[in-house]
Design a binder for this molecule. Structure first.
Ligand code: ZN
Length: 595
């Protein structure tokens, strides 16, 4: 392998793709200690717990350690008694830490979440830029930059800033076949979300993303009042509450966390069954990274989003009002447009997503997104588009969708009469569509680029250069039909469950032996006993439940009902170390449940 031989490289691999193995393995094979630069303390702690459990000599160096603990870690590093050491970037960059590293034998530097170096990315961390000095100060130590999300622009920024110009790139597939993508029109987002959870995810762990703190609080409260165990998470809550909510989400079964984007990076919970967006993220990268927190165990999971015209207008406004340079704004608008394109496409979402990351998909239909499962009907909407665009023009390009639709339908509202828009030739020309259908049309005219939100007047829509072609009849406007209320996947869920299960087992080796979690074939008693045992053990050891065992491993035990250590050893997820530590307890549990 390239790194084992001492080379630098950039590794792009989706979450759940075994990214950490890329540095763990060469660290163990090479002389010395591997230094892992990671931005999040919570993540480090969990990864180190997992490694210690697997028998790897790993440690953390960060601000959560006492002086004594830190100096003991430093002594072990110098004595060559560590395989892997996790360090936060701000700590690594201190003169004291750099001196320490110079005196130790180092196997490599692994820079995790390398996209944090990108000023245009959504996770920019200024201290990451200074990591470029590693190349000068430690020229003989190989550097690996790793990220789970990066478009071409971010990739080249990582390469430049971390001085990896001549290094090869290793790019794994970004496809997450077990995740089902679904994007629906926003009507009443909160009740749409409740219906989605009630129909498909009762008792499941999930993450719901909202843009504002207020919306997070309201959404969490409304879910809780509907009997769904939901907790809020945002930067406005005090640190204790935040930590408690995060711990409950990680350690308990079936908790839904409602959060701003402040939540999730560094959360490595494998059994998140759904990620829901009530607001549009900023870009496809952000969408991919956030939805990527679902289904890390390789089992079926949903990425579900509601969106509407107001979302586009709001995101555009945030970009317009940001203090960034013009170049930054242009890049941001481009990224937003790409995401809106993904929302509006009538084709396969997965193909579109992979295409954005520069990955060609062999099959035009993935069979596991809303558009593949229930293809939307498209129609030639050129005539209605012309009516809408004329209406924008005749009313002076100063009004939002609501007013424009009133004029088109012929509603003599107070506002319409006040501006004498009932006198215009466009008044009432669009009575063939109702309010909801017109909203769908307006939104698509924005996403097709014929209309754009005005950066001066909030909510107002104005014509773009391409609108002229539509008005003159030179450009056709092909639109998708408004979807029926609620989920488009709902109708086909049953028929496709088998296919989905098959997809997911090919995605994660080992899970093929494991029955689907919905399969209640008499193992339920043993499985719940195993879960209770795991919760107790996790609490006792102060680690998340999945560090003890993943769900798939418990299910493997429940279905194979091993009687001996040898039988237990063949269950996926049980290594020698875990067998030694937990084997007797597990066998005892199996025996007592079976008898
Ligand atoms: Zn598809």
């Amino acid at each position: 392998m390239h790194v084992t031989g001492g080379g630098d490289c950039l590794v792009l691999m989706p979450t759940g793709g075994g990214k950490s193995l890329c540095y763990q393995l060469p660290s163990l094979l090479r002389e010395g200690c591997g230094i892992v630069v990671s931005p999040l303390i919570a993540l480090m702690r969990d990864q180190v717990e997992g490694l210690l459990d697997a028998g790897v000599k790993a440690a953390v160096l960060n601000s959560s350690l006492s002086w004594e603990e830190a100096s003991s870690v430093e002594q072990r590093l110098l004595a060559g008694d560590l395989d892997l050491l996790y360090i936060a970037p701000e700590r690594l960059l201190t003169p004291r830490c750099l001196d320490l590293l110079e005196r130790a034998q180092l196997a490599l530097f692994a820079i995790d979440e390398a996209h944090c170096v990108s000023q245009w990315g959504h996770d920019f961390r200024p201290e990451y830029i200074e990591l470029s000095m590693l190349a000068e100060r430690f020229p003989n130590v190989p550097r690996i930059a790793l990220t789970a999300t990066a478009d071409e622009l971010t990739r080249s920024e990582i390469v430049t800033r971390l001085k990896l110009d001549d290094s090869p790139r290793f790019i794994a597939s970004f496809d997450r076949p077990n995740i089902r993508y679904e994007i629906i029109e926003k009507q009443n987002a909160r009740s749409q979300l409740q219906a989605f959870i009630a129909e498909r995810h009762v008792g499941d762990a999930g993450i719901v993303y909202c843009l504002s703190r207020a919306k997070v609080d309201e959404t969490a409260a409304s879910l809780a009042s509907a009997g769904i165990p939901a907790l809020a998470y945002h930067a406005g809550l005090n640190a204790t509450v935040r930590a408690r909510h995060q711990d409950r989400f990680i350690n308990e079964d079936g908790v839904v966390i409602v959060a701003t984007i402040a939540f999730g990076m560094g959360i490595d919970k494998p059994d998140v069954r759904f990620v829901a967006h009530l607001d549009l993220p900023k870009s496809i990268e952000a969408y991919y990274q956030e939805t990527g927190r679902a289904g890390r165990d390789g089992k079926p999971a949903d990425a579900w989003m509601t969106y509407g015209l107001a979302d586009i207008v709001q995101q555009r406004r945030m970009i317009d009002q940001s203090t960034g340079k013009d170049a930054y704004k242009r890049v941001s608008v481009g990224k937003l447009d790409a995401l809106v394109g993904l929302c509006e496409t009538a084709g396969c979402r997965r193909v579109r997503l992979l295409d954005y990351f520069g990955e060609a998909s062999g099959d035009p239909n993935c069979g596991n997104c809303d558009n593949c499962l229930s293809p939307p009907r498209v129609w030639d909407g050129t005539v209605v588009a012309q009516k809408a665009l004329s209406c924008v023009y005749r009313t002076g390009q100063r009004f939002g969708a609501g007013h424009l639709i009133d004029v088109l339908i012929g509603n003599s509202t107070e506002r319409v009469t006040q501006y004498r828009h009932d006198q215009l030739s466009v008044f009432g020309v669009g009575a063939e569509l109702n309010d909801k259908q017109w909203r769908t049309v307006m939104r698509q005219l924005v996403s097709l680029g014929h209309l754009q939100p005005d950066s001066e007047a909030y909510g107002a829509l104005k014509l773009t250069a391409s609108a002229r072609g539509v008005l003159k009849g030179e450009t056709k406007a092909i639109l998708r039909e408004a979807t029926a209320a609620g989920s488009t996947c709902k109708r086909v869920v049953k028929a496709k469950t088998a296919k989905r299960a098959a997809t997911s087992s090919s995605a994660s080796p080992g899970s093929s032996l494991v029955p689907d979690s919905h399969d209640k074939s008499g193992n339920a008693g043993l499985l719940s006993a195993l879960r209770v045992w795991r919760t107790g053990m996790a609490r006792k050891r102060g680690v998340p439940a999945y560090v003890i065992f993943h769900d798939a491993t418990l299910e493997g035990i429940a279905s194979s009902r091993p009687k001996t250590h040898d039988q237990l050893r063949v269950v996926a997820g049980i290594g020698d170390k875990k067998l030694e530590r937990y084997g007797d307890a597990l066998l005892l549990l199996v025996r007592s449940e079976v008898d």
